[in-house]
Design a protein. Structure first.
Length: 482
């Protein structure tokens, strides 16, 4: 019964969820939240404020005590727009590491949206096939179009409630002129993505933010219609923060930024052609927990597998990779991974990284065939590939990088053996056409590999010395029919 913890360092709030997992079922056993306004100074000056950092570290120490008390086996801490934009983010990361021992992972807006989608897809029963997910944070807002559980479009816009409040609403209550400018700006930004959203013919809109939760309470339930939202907007805009804080579901800290948040939803509905939205309590932390639970189990959920496969195929298409060849190489490397497990002794998760590298190792040709392996490394390591962390992308990139004449660093035995397996898999499809399946027998002195195709035999012959050096076995190559 592993206990896992997820922490979301947002621009407005810091949130903790701790859950106990039994198989694929989870039970949330502890939650905590505090408004720290970590991003407030960032949106004005580009730097995290020392007092906000100190307050956040204090909260994280409290979270750590809860994690220790409840026996959390793994804790993942992610930061969003505030640290993405802060010039002194590294100082804060070092401070947190010293104070708690935790590494703060700064994720992109698109990864933030993917994790929210994963959390909702994993823990909510969605009856609608076409769903728009909206997560309004302090510094950014993520919009995700999901069709039949697959992400079809995703956008992260700098339309966070704290950011918009600071930029457009200097007075309280806000002046009519300032509100008009705010709404005009929001509309202009939303119109950039509106055609794509309207084309998706959304059946259900889910909002996951604190502002959405407050608006849902004001509406007396989980759903907010366009008419109800317009009424809330008028009421909120006419009140000052003290009056807003007394409204049911708002509170003193939300009162400071809810006008800007409500304005975003008010502009979003007509712009996207929507009648309303529903609040969902699920969000980023739920996606983190789902991802950790899948990885700790040595596997992946169907949703994570689908996200990864969609992302690999999309990147391959973008860079002109031959999909039939890539999928055959992937099938070969996974087959070799299973059959040669006794020799390579790589962790099970390496199969996923090898399969991904097989799908993408040729992307560097899009830039230039000269130096294609180096280009492949850069493109893979620095691209947004859903379902893979930055560290995982760098490993996949390294596996793709060492498919030419150069060899991996001598001290990275996992990379050395993984890259060698991928080289063999590439050789098994050297002619780039479907052939009879190869056969493999692992013996005490040699590995006998029987293949069809003269080009395949030629390519494999070149790998024999390296194979012998790595695995202390001869590679006994035979043609089918010999």
């Amino acid at each position: 019964m592993p206990v896992l913890a997820a922490i979301d360092l947002g621009a407005n709030s810091v949130r903790l969820s701790i859950a106990r997992f039994v198989g694929k079922r989870r039970r949330v056993i502890h939650q905590d939240r505090e408004v720290v306004r970590l991003g407030a100074a960032v949106f004005r000056h580009g730097q995290l404020d020392p007092e906000a950092m100190a307050q956040t570290v204090k909260v994280l120490r409290r979270f750590r005590r809860a994690c220790v008390r409840l026996g959390a086996r793994q804790v993942r801490v992610v930061a969003t727009s505030a640290l993405r934009d802060a010039a002194n983010a590294r100082i804060f990361q070092d401070w947190v590491r010293t104070a708690t021992g935790w590494n703060v992972e700064i994720i992109s807006g698109l990864e933030e949206g993917r994790l929210i989608h994963l959390g909702i897809s994993t823990y909510a029963r969605l009856r609608s096939a076409r769903v728009l997910l909206v997560d309004l944070g302090g510094g950014s807002c993520e919009f995700t179009v999901s069709v039949d559980g697959h992400i079809r479009a995703m956008h992260s816009l700098s339309l966070g409630a704290v950011r918009l409040t600071q930029e457009f609403l200097p007075r309280d209550p806000p002046r009519r002129k300032d509100l008009a400018r705010l709404r005009a700006y929001i509309a202009e930004q939303l119109e950039r993505i509106a055609p794509e959203v309207r084309k998706a013919k959304i059946q259900l809109t889910l909002a996951t933010s604190g502002t959405a939760a407050a608006l849902a309470v004001l509406s007396g339930g989980g759903s907010i219609t366009r008419a109800a939202l317009a009424a809330h907007m008028r009421r909120l805009a006419k009140s000052d923060a003290a009056a807003r804080s007394k409204m049911r579901g708002v509170g003193p800290r939300r009162a400071e930024i809810i006008v800007a948040g409500a304005a975003l939803f008010s502009e979003m509905l007509p712009c996207f052609g929507l009648n309303g939205f529903r609040y969902s309590p699920l969000g980023l932390r739920d996606g983190l927990l789902a991802q950790m639970a899948a990885e700790m189990g040595g596997g992946e959920t169907r949703q994570i597998a689908a996200e990864r496969w969609d992302a690999l195929q999309a990147m391959g298409r973008h860079y002109g990779v031959d999909p039939a060849h890539a999928e055959r190489v992937r099938a070969h490397v996974l087959w070799l991974f299973r059959r040669l497990r006794r020799l390579h002794q790589l962790p099970l998760e390496y199969a996923e990284w090898l399969g991904a590298a097989a799908m993408l190792y040729e992307v560097g040709n899009y830039v230039n065939r000269t130096g294609a392996r180096r280009h492949a490394y850069y493109l893979i390591a620095h691209s947004e590939i859903f379902g893979y962390t930055a560290a995982q992308r760098h490993l996949i990139a390294a596996l793709a990088r060492y498919q030419g004449r150069s060899r991996p660093p001598a001290d990275d035995i996992g990379l050395i053996r993984g890259a060698a397996l991928l080289r063999l898999a590439r050789a098994l499809d050297q002619s780039r056409k479907p052939l009879a399946a190869p056969r493999l027998v692992v013996g005490a002195q040699a590995v006998r590999l029987t293949v069809a195709g003269e080009l395949e035999l030629w390519a494999l012959e070149k790998e024999r010395p390296y194979f012998r050096a790595l695995f202390a076995r001869d590679l006994d190559l035979r043609a089918r029919g010999d």
